[in-house]
Write a protein that binds this ligand. Structure first.
Ligand SMILES: NC(=O)C1=CN([C@@H]2O[C@H](COP(=O)(O)OP(=O)(O)OC[C@H]3O[C@@H](n4cnc5c(N)ncnc54)[C@H](OP(=O)(O)O)[C@@H]3O)[C@@H](O)[C@H]2O)C=CC1
Ligand SMILES: Nc1nc(=O)c2c([nH]1)NC[C@@H]1CN(c3ccc(C(=O)N[C@@H](CCC(=O)O)C(=O)O)cc3)C=[N+]21
Length: 297
Protein backbone atom coordinates (compact mmCIF):
# COMPACT_ATOMS: atom_id res chain seq x y z
CA UNK A 1 0.00 0.00 0.00
CA UNK A 2 1.21 3.47 -0.90
CA UNK A 3 2.13 6.14 1.60
CA UNK A 4 -0.71 8.68 1.67
CA UNK A 5 0.68 12.18 1.24
CA UNK A 6 -1.24 14.36 3.70
CA UNK A 7 -1.72 17.62 1.77
CA UNK A 8 -3.87 19.03 4.51
CA UNK A 9 -1.08 18.63 7.06
CA UNK A 10 1.62 20.03 4.75
CA UNK A 11 -0.68 22.96 3.90
CA UNK A 12 -1.18 23.63 7.61
CA UNK A 13 2.61 23.78 8.06
CA UNK A 14 2.91 26.30 5.22
CA UNK A 15 0.08 28.40 6.61
CA UNK A 16 1.70 28.38 10.07
CA UNK A 17 4.97 29.55 8.53
CA UNK A 18 3.20 32.29 6.57
CA UNK A 19 1.30 33.42 9.68
CA UNK A 20 4.47 33.61 11.76
CA UNK A 21 6.34 35.49 9.04
CA UNK A 22 3.44 37.92 8.55
CA UNK A 23 3.41 38.60 12.30
CA UNK A 24 7.15 39.27 12.26
CA UNK A 25 6.85 41.97 9.57
CA UNK A 26 3.54 43.45 10.75
CA UNK A 27 5.28 46.64 11.91
CA UNK A 28 6.44 47.28 8.33
CA UNK A 29 3.76 45.79 6.10
CA UNK A 30 0.47 43.90 6.44
CA UNK A 31 0.02 41.63 3.39
CA UNK A 32 -3.21 42.46 1.55
CA UNK A 33 -5.16 40.03 -0.65
CA UNK A 34 -8.09 41.04 -2.85
CA UNK A 35 -10.27 38.29 -4.29
CA UNK A 36 -12.77 38.92 -7.07
CA UNK A 37 -15.70 36.60 -7.68
CA UNK A 38 -18.05 37.21 -10.61
CA UNK A 39 -21.41 35.43 -10.56
CA UNK A 40 -22.94 32.85 -8.27
CA UNK A 41 -21.34 29.52 -9.10
CA UNK A 42 -21.64 27.63 -5.77
CA UNK A 43 -18.25 25.87 -6.02
CA UNK A 44 -16.49 29.16 -6.81
CA UNK A 45 -18.28 30.84 -3.89
CA UNK A 46 -16.97 28.16 -1.53
CA UNK A 47 -13.39 28.41 -2.84
CA UNK A 48 -13.24 32.20 -2.77
CA UNK A 49 -14.73 32.29 0.71
CA UNK A 50 -12.12 29.84 1.98
CA UNK A 51 -9.32 31.89 0.39
CA UNK A 52 -10.57 35.10 2.06
CA UNK A 53 -11.00 33.32 5.39
CA UNK A 54 -7.54 31.78 5.24
CA UNK A 55 -6.03 35.19 4.43
CA UNK A 56 -7.61 36.60 7.61
CA UNK A 57 -6.31 33.66 9.63
CA UNK A 58 -2.81 34.48 8.37
CA UNK A 59 -3.22 38.01 9.71
CA UNK A 60 -3.57 39.53 6.26
CA UNK A 61 -5.74 42.41 5.16
CA UNK A 62 -8.37 40.54 3.11
CA UNK A 63 -11.00 42.05 0.83
CA UNK A 64 -13.51 40.04 -1.17
CA UNK A 65 -15.26 41.67 -4.15
CA UNK A 66 -18.40 39.81 -5.17
CA UNK A 67 -19.81 41.09 -8.44
CA UNK A 68 -23.01 40.22 -10.30
CA UNK A 69 -22.77 37.97 -13.38
CA UNK A 70 -23.99 40.86 -15.54
CA UNK A 71 -21.00 43.10 -14.80
CA UNK A 72 -19.30 44.38 -17.97
CA UNK A 73 -15.68 43.69 -18.84
CA UNK A 74 -14.96 47.42 -18.61
CA UNK A 75 -16.31 47.53 -15.05
CA UNK A 76 -14.23 44.52 -14.04
CA UNK A 77 -11.12 46.05 -15.62
CA UNK A 78 -11.79 49.28 -13.72
CA UNK A 79 -11.85 47.33 -10.43
CA UNK A 80 -8.59 45.56 -11.31
CA UNK A 81 -7.04 48.94 -12.12
CA UNK A 82 -8.17 50.34 -8.78
CA UNK A 83 -6.66 47.37 -6.92
CA UNK A 84 -3.43 47.63 -8.97
CA UNK A 85 -3.08 51.15 -7.58
CA UNK A 86 -4.11 50.38 -3.99
CA UNK A 87 -0.97 50.25 -1.81
CA UNK A 88 -2.79 48.16 0.84
CA UNK A 89 -3.31 45.34 -1.70
CA UNK A 90 -0.34 43.12 -2.62
CA UNK A 91 -2.16 40.24 -4.27
CA UNK A 92 -5.14 40.14 -6.65
CA UNK A 93 -6.98 36.91 -7.42
CA UNK A 94 -9.75 36.82 -10.03
CA UNK A 95 -11.56 33.53 -9.58
CA UNK A 96 -11.88 31.56 -12.82
CA UNK A 97 -13.86 30.73 -14.86
CA UNK A 98 -15.39 34.12 -15.68
CA UNK A 99 -18.75 34.43 -17.48
CA UNK A 100 -18.57 33.94 -21.28
CA UNK A 101 -19.10 37.61 -22.13
CA UNK A 102 -15.84 38.51 -20.37
CA UNK A 103 -12.45 37.86 -21.98
CA UNK A 104 -10.60 36.24 -19.08
CA UNK A 105 -7.25 36.61 -20.84
CA UNK A 106 -7.70 40.38 -20.99
CA UNK A 107 -8.58 40.52 -17.31
CA UNK A 108 -5.63 38.37 -16.24
CA UNK A 109 -3.17 40.45 -18.29
CA UNK A 110 -4.59 43.63 -16.72
CA UNK A 111 -3.44 42.53 -13.26
CA UNK A 112 -0.10 44.08 -12.34
CA UNK A 113 2.53 41.31 -12.64
CA UNK A 114 3.74 42.36 -9.17
CA UNK A 115 0.30 41.55 -7.71
CA UNK A 116 -0.39 38.47 -9.86
CA UNK A 117 -0.37 35.93 -7.02
CA UNK A 118 -1.97 33.33 -9.33
CA UNK A 119 1.09 33.54 -11.59
CA UNK A 120 -1.00 33.71 -14.75
CA UNK A 121 0.37 36.99 -16.22
CA UNK A 122 2.65 36.64 -19.26
CA UNK A 123 5.53 38.17 -17.30
CA UNK A 124 5.31 35.51 -14.61
CA UNK A 125 4.70 32.71 -17.12
CA UNK A 126 7.77 33.90 -19.03
CA UNK A 127 9.92 34.06 -15.91
CA UNK A 128 8.95 30.50 -14.98
CA UNK A 129 9.66 29.34 -18.53
CA UNK A 130 13.12 30.94 -18.57
CA UNK A 131 14.11 29.81 -15.09
CA UNK A 132 13.73 33.17 -13.29
CA UNK A 133 11.67 31.40 -10.67
CA UNK A 134 12.87 33.37 -7.65
CA UNK A 135 11.48 36.65 -8.98
CA UNK A 136 8.31 35.13 -10.49
CA UNK A 137 4.96 34.22 -9.03
CA UNK A 138 4.49 30.51 -9.61
CA UNK A 139 0.87 29.30 -10.04
CA UNK A 140 -0.40 28.03 -6.70
CA UNK A 141 -1.53 24.53 -7.62
CA UNK A 142 1.70 23.43 -9.36
CA UNK A 143 3.79 25.13 -6.65
CA UNK A 144 1.85 23.13 -4.04
CA UNK A 145 2.34 19.90 -6.00
CA UNK A 146 6.11 20.51 -6.03
CA UNK A 147 6.19 20.83 -2.24
CA UNK A 148 4.31 17.53 -1.94
CA UNK A 149 6.73 15.84 -4.36
CA UNK A 150 9.59 17.31 -2.30
CA UNK A 151 8.31 15.40 0.76
CA UNK A 152 8.75 12.09 -1.04
CA UNK A 153 11.56 12.64 -3.56
CA UNK A 154 13.44 15.73 -2.34
CA UNK A 155 14.01 18.93 -4.31
CA UNK A 156 16.33 17.52 -6.95
CA UNK A 157 14.57 15.14 -9.31
CA UNK A 158 17.66 14.30 -11.41
CA UNK A 159 17.32 10.93 -13.10
CA UNK A 160 13.58 10.68 -12.47
CA UNK A 161 10.95 10.66 -15.19
CA UNK A 162 7.76 12.66 -14.72
CA UNK A 163 4.55 12.54 -16.74
CA UNK A 164 2.05 15.39 -16.46
CA UNK A 165 -1.37 14.48 -17.82
CA UNK A 166 -3.03 17.74 -18.89
CA UNK A 167 -1.59 20.83 -20.62
CA UNK A 168 -3.66 23.72 -19.28
CA UNK A 169 -2.03 27.09 -18.63
CA UNK A 170 -3.19 26.91 -15.00
CA UNK A 171 -1.89 23.48 -14.03
CA UNK A 172 -0.32 21.23 -16.67
CA UNK A 173 2.14 23.59 -18.38
CA UNK A 174 3.50 25.36 -15.27
CA UNK A 175 3.73 21.97 -13.54
CA UNK A 176 5.86 20.62 -16.38
CA UNK A 177 8.12 23.69 -16.19
CA UNK A 178 8.62 23.28 -12.44
CA UNK A 179 9.46 19.58 -12.80
CA UNK A 180 11.93 20.46 -15.54
CA UNK A 181 13.50 23.16 -13.37
CA UNK A 182 13.93 20.45 -10.70
CA UNK A 183 15.83 18.31 -13.27
CA UNK A 184 13.15 15.70 -13.93
CA UNK A 185 12.80 14.30 -17.44
CA UNK A 186 9.34 15.53 -18.34
CA UNK A 187 6.60 14.30 -20.66
CA UNK A 188 3.36 16.25 -21.11
CA UNK A 189 0.39 14.09 -22.12
CA UNK A 190 -3.04 15.34 -23.22
CA UNK A 191 -6.20 14.32 -25.06
CA UNK A 192 -4.32 13.63 -28.31
CA UNK A 193 -1.65 11.45 -26.71
CA UNK A 194 -1.49 7.90 -28.09
CA UNK A 195 -1.19 4.93 -25.71
CA UNK A 196 -1.71 7.06 -22.60
CA UNK A 197 -1.59 4.13 -20.13
CA UNK A 198 1.76 3.09 -21.62
CA UNK A 199 3.12 6.65 -21.35
CA UNK A 200 1.99 7.02 -17.73
CA UNK A 201 3.53 3.64 -16.87
CA UNK A 202 7.03 5.02 -17.62
CA UNK A 203 6.76 7.67 -14.93
CA UNK A 204 8.44 7.79 -11.53
CA UNK A 205 6.25 10.85 -10.87
CA UNK A 206 2.71 11.16 -12.25
CA UNK A 207 0.77 14.41 -12.02
CA UNK A 208 -2.87 14.06 -13.08
CA UNK A 209 -4.64 17.29 -14.09
CA UNK A 210 -7.26 16.14 -16.54
CA UNK A 211 -10.69 16.84 -15.07
CA UNK A 212 -11.93 13.28 -15.72
CA UNK A 213 -13.07 11.43 -12.59
CA UNK A 214 -10.93 8.39 -11.70
CA UNK A 215 -9.55 8.07 -15.23
CA UNK A 216 -6.03 6.96 -14.30
CA UNK A 217 -6.10 3.34 -13.14
CA UNK A 218 -3.78 1.33 -10.94
CA UNK A 219 -2.45 -0.73 -13.86
CA UNK A 220 -1.22 2.50 -15.51
CA UNK A 221 1.08 3.19 -12.57
CA UNK A 222 4.71 2.09 -12.34
CA UNK A 223 5.20 0.26 -9.02
CA UNK A 224 6.60 2.67 -6.43
CA UNK A 225 5.71 5.81 -8.41
CA UNK A 226 4.73 9.09 -6.74
CA UNK A 227 1.19 10.00 -7.78
CA UNK A 228 -0.09 13.57 -7.44
CA UNK A 229 -3.81 13.91 -8.14
CA UNK A 230 -4.85 17.48 -8.97
CA UNK A 231 -8.35 16.56 -10.15
CA UNK A 232 -11.39 17.83 -8.27
CA UNK A 233 -14.51 16.12 -9.58
CA UNK A 234 -17.90 15.93 -7.95
CA UNK A 235 -19.67 12.66 -8.74
CA UNK A 236 -23.03 11.23 -7.62
CA UNK A 237 -22.86 9.28 -4.36
CA UNK A 238 -26.21 7.50 -4.03
CA UNK A 239 -24.72 5.46 -1.13
CA UNK A 240 -24.72 8.70 0.91
CA UNK A 241 -28.37 9.33 0.08
CA UNK A 242 -30.43 10.53 -2.82
CA UNK A 243 -28.96 13.50 -4.71
CA UNK A 244 -25.73 13.43 -2.64
CA UNK A 245 -22.32 13.82 -4.24
CA UNK A 246 -18.72 13.15 -3.30
CA UNK A 247 -15.36 14.50 -4.42
CA UNK A 248 -12.94 12.31 -6.39
CA UNK A 249 -9.71 12.97 -8.24
CA UNK A 250 -8.54 12.14 -11.75
CA UNK A 251 -6.85 9.01 -10.36
CA UNK A 252 -8.69 5.85 -9.37
CA UNK A 253 -7.42 5.97 -5.80
CA UNK A 254 -8.38 2.42 -4.81
CA UNK A 255 -6.44 0.68 -7.55
CA UNK A 256 -3.60 3.24 -7.81
CA UNK A 257 -2.82 3.24 -4.09
CA UNK A 258 -2.09 -0.51 -4.29
CA UNK A 259 0.72 0.09 -6.81
CA UNK A 260 2.10 3.58 -6.11
CA UNK A 261 4.84 4.32 -3.59
CA UNK A 262 3.09 7.49 -2.47
CA UNK A 263 -0.19 9.12 -3.50
CA UNK A 264 -2.22 12.21 -2.68
CA UNK A 265 -5.87 11.77 -1.65
CA UNK A 266 -8.84 13.84 -2.88
CA UNK A 267 -9.97 15.70 -0.87
CA UNK A 268 -7.08 16.51 1.45
CA UNK A 269 -4.26 16.43 -1.10
CA UNK A 270 -3.48 19.14 -3.63
CA UNK A 271 -6.57 21.31 -2.92
CA UNK A 272 -5.47 22.59 0.52
CA UNK A 273 -1.95 23.18 -0.87
CA UNK A 274 -3.37 25.50 -3.54
CA UNK A 275 -4.86 27.76 -0.89
CA UNK A 276 -1.70 27.62 1.25
CA UNK A 277 0.48 28.64 -1.72
CA UNK A 278 -1.84 31.56 -2.44
CA UNK A 279 -1.08 32.79 1.07
CA UNK A 280 2.64 32.20 0.51
CA UNK A 281 2.54 34.15 -2.78
CA UNK A 282 0.65 37.03 -1.15
CA UNK A 283 3.24 37.22 1.63
CA UNK A 284 5.99 37.18 -1.00
CA UNK A 285 4.26 40.02 -2.88
CA UNK A 286 4.07 42.10 0.30
CA UNK A 287 7.74 41.48 1.13
CA UNK A 288 8.81 42.51 -2.37
CA UNK A 289 6.65 45.65 -2.24
CA UNK A 290 8.15 46.63 1.13
CA UNK A 291 11.73 45.84 0.08
CA UNK A 292 12.02 42.99 2.59
CA UNK A 293 13.70 39.68 1.95
CA UNK A 294 11.18 37.16 0.66
CA UNK A 295 10.51 33.96 2.63
CA UNK A 296 11.46 30.55 1.19
CA UNK A 297 9.03 27.65 1.09
N1 LIG B 1 -6.72 21.03 -6.58
C1 LIG B 1 -6.69 22.25 -7.08
O1 LIG B 1 -6.31 23.18 -6.40
C2 LIG B 1 -7.09 22.49 -8.49
C3 LIG B 1 -7.74 21.49 -9.16
N2 LIG B 1 -8.06 21.63 -10.45
C4 LIG B 1 -8.68 20.46 -11.10
O2 LIG B 1 -7.69 19.84 -11.93
C5 LIG B 1 -8.30 19.30 -13.11
C6 LIG B 1 -7.65 19.92 -14.32
O3 LIG B 1 -7.86 21.31 -14.33
P1 LIG B 1 -7.43 22.25 -15.55
O4 LIG B 1 -6.01 22.01 -15.89
O5 LIG B 1 -7.88 23.60 -15.24
O6 LIG B 1 -8.37 21.60 -16.70
P2 LIG B 1 -8.51 21.88 -18.25
O7 LIG B 1 -9.85 21.37 -18.64
O8 LIG B 1 -8.11 23.27 -18.59
O9 LIG B 1 -7.40 20.91 -18.90
C7 LIG B 1 -7.54 19.53 -18.90
C8 LIG B 1 -6.40 18.90 -19.66
O10 LIG B 1 -6.61 17.49 -19.67
C9 LIG B 1 -6.51 16.99 -20.98
N3 LIG B 1 -7.43 15.88 -21.17
C10 LIG B 1 -8.78 15.91 -21.18
N4 LIG B 1 -9.28 14.69 -21.41
C11 LIG B 1 -8.22 13.86 -21.54
C12 LIG B 1 -8.10 12.47 -21.80
N5 LIG B 1 -9.15 11.68 -21.96
N6 LIG B 1 -6.86 11.97 -21.87
C13 LIG B 1 -5.78 12.73 -21.72
N7 LIG B 1 -5.83 14.06 -21.47
C14 LIG B 1 -7.04 14.61 -21.38
C15 LIG B 1 -6.86 18.13 -21.89
O11 LIG B 1 -6.23 17.91 -23.14
P3 LIG B 1 -6.38 18.92 -24.40
O12 LIG B 1 -5.48 20.08 -24.07
O13 LIG B 1 -5.88 18.11 -25.53
O14 LIG B 1 -7.83 19.29 -24.48
C16 LIG B 1 -6.31 19.32 -21.13
O15 LIG B 1 -4.97 19.58 -21.48
C17 LIG B 1 -9.78 19.58 -12.93
O16 LIG B 1 -10.38 18.45 -12.30
C18 LIG B 1 -9.83 20.76 -11.99
O17 LIG B 1 -11.02 20.82 -11.25
C19 LIG B 1 -7.74 22.76 -11.15
C20 LIG B 1 -7.12 23.82 -10.52
C21 LIG B 1 -6.78 23.77 -9.12
N1 LIG C 1 -7.91 32.41 -10.30
C1 LIG C 1 -8.07 31.17 -9.87
N2 LIG C 1 -7.10 30.60 -9.10
C2 LIG C 1 -7.24 29.34 -8.64
O1 LIG C 1 -6.34 28.80 -7.95
C3 LIG C 1 -8.45 28.61 -8.96
C4 LIG C 1 -9.42 29.25 -9.74
N3 LIG C 1 -9.20 30.51 -10.18
N4 LIG C 1 -10.56 28.59 -10.08
C5 LIG C 1 -10.84 27.25 -9.63
C6 LIG C 1 -9.60 26.45 -9.28
C7 LIG C 1 -9.87 25.32 -8.33
N5 LIG C 1 -9.12 25.62 -7.13
C8 LIG C 1 -9.18 24.90 -5.93
C9 LIG C 1 -8.69 25.38 -4.74
C10 LIG C 1 -8.82 24.68 -3.55
C11 LIG C 1 -9.47 23.45 -3.54
C12 LIG C 1 -9.65 22.74 -2.23
O2 LIG C 1 -9.38 23.27 -1.18
N6 LIG C 1 -10.16 21.49 -2.22
C13 LIG C 1 -10.41 20.71 -1.03
C14 LIG C 1 -11.86 20.25 -0.96
C15 LIG C 1 -12.87 21.32 -1.07
C16 LIG C 1 -14.30 20.75 -1.11
O3 LIG C 1 -14.64 19.97 -0.24
O4 LIG C 1 -15.02 21.14 -2.06
C17 LIG C 1 -9.57 19.45 -1.05
O5 LIG C 1 -9.19 19.02 -2.16
O6 LIG C 1 -9.32 18.90 0.01
C18 LIG C 1 -9.95 22.96 -4.72
C19 LIG C 1 -9.80 23.67 -5.91
C20 LIG C 1 -8.46 26.82 -7.29
N7 LIG C 1 -8.68 27.31 -8.52
Amino acid sequence: MAEIIDGKAVAAEIVAKVTAHAASIAGTVVPGLATILVGEDPASQVYVASKSRMAKECGFHSVQHTLPREITQAELLALVDRLNNDPAIHGILVQLPLPDHIDSGAVIQAISPDKDVDGFHFINVGKLGTGEIDSAFVPCTPAGCMLLIDRVRGRDLSGLSAVVVGRSNIVGKPMANLLLAANATVTIAHSRTANLPEVVRQADIVVAAVGRPQMIKGDWIKPGATVIDVGINRIPAPEKGEGKTRLVGDVDFNSASKVAGAITPVPGGVGPMTIAMLMANTLTAACRAAGLEQPKF
